[in-house]
Design a protein around this ligand. Structure first.
Ligand SMILES: Cc1cc2nc3c(=O)[nH]c(=O)nc-3n(C[C@H](O)[C@H](O)[C@H](O)COP(=O)(O)O)c2cc1C
Length: 207
């Protein structure tokens, strides 16, 4: 079976975190969506709260200390990204933005990205469209059409979510999987050119 590396970035602060819960739901929906294309997901999760101090240091010194360097490298080798933030003051959280601020600006070029957010109020769902989508467009990522927002009422009394939220999760996961399957891996690169001597020999029937 083919594999694709899926990196999940979660910027939740609480423990347990509704942002991480949404990230996990999206991941678990993306696995079967990839499997439907004959592709197995290799999943790596980056919990940004674990890198909060290193992110602040990186901004001041330019050096990714602790586990931050590995987290950044993980993303650079990804075939797809699920990026989930809590909504703070009607936008992405500062921690979420900080991580993308310290990345090499070319590291997300062409990468399929599913954006998602959690919030206290359903009225702030458009933060996904006016904050996250433009940021990833600037970084030349390919953002899937369906963004997923979960406000407190969406989780329901069971705390697991369902209904319209579940439908959006499945739709977004299918969009991400289709883009990940279609994407040509950057580390594959163009094929090595055939040496001129070999081309000449072949044209003269000496190969
Ligand atoms: C500083 C701060 C600002 C917030 N601003 C908003 C907001 O503007 N809109 C909103 O819907 N929720 C807002 N919230 C609520 C969080 O988005 C919500 O609780 C989120 O799901 C928490 O995610 P977590 O459980 O992963 O930490 C805010 C919370 C904090 C702490």
């Amino acid at each position: 079976m083919n594999t694709r590396k899926l990196v999940v970035v979660s910027a939740g602060l609480s423990q347990p975190s509704s942002t991480r819960l949404l990230a996990d739901r999206l991941t678990e929906a993306t696995r079967p969506a990839l499997a439907a294309h004959g592709v197995e997901a290799e999943v790596e999760v980056v919990e940004l709260r674990e890198h909060a101090h290193d992110l602040a240091n990186n901004l001041l010194t330019g050096v990714p200390t602790g586990g931050l360097g590995a987290a950044i490298d993980t993303l650079a080798g990804a075939d797809g990204l699920i990026a989930v933030t809590p909504v703070f003051n009607a936008s992405y959280s500062g921690l979420f933005k900080l991580f993308f601020d310290v990345l090499d600006p070319d590291s997300l070029t062409g990468m399929p990205v599913l954006t998602a957010a959690t919030g206290g109020t359903p009225r702030h769902s458009l933060a996904l469209e006016h904050a996250l989508r433009p940021m990833f467009a600037y970084l030349r990522a390919v953002v899937v059409p369906t963004a997923v927002y979960a406000a407190s009422p969406d989780w329901g009394s069971s705390g697991t979510g369902g209904g319209e939220l579940a439908t959006r999760i499945d739709r977004a996961a299918e969009e991400l999987a289709a883009l990940m399957v279609a994407r040509v891996r950057r580390d594959t690169g163009p094929a090595e050119p055939t040496p001129f001597e070999q081309l000449l020999a072949e044209s003269q029937g000496h190969a």
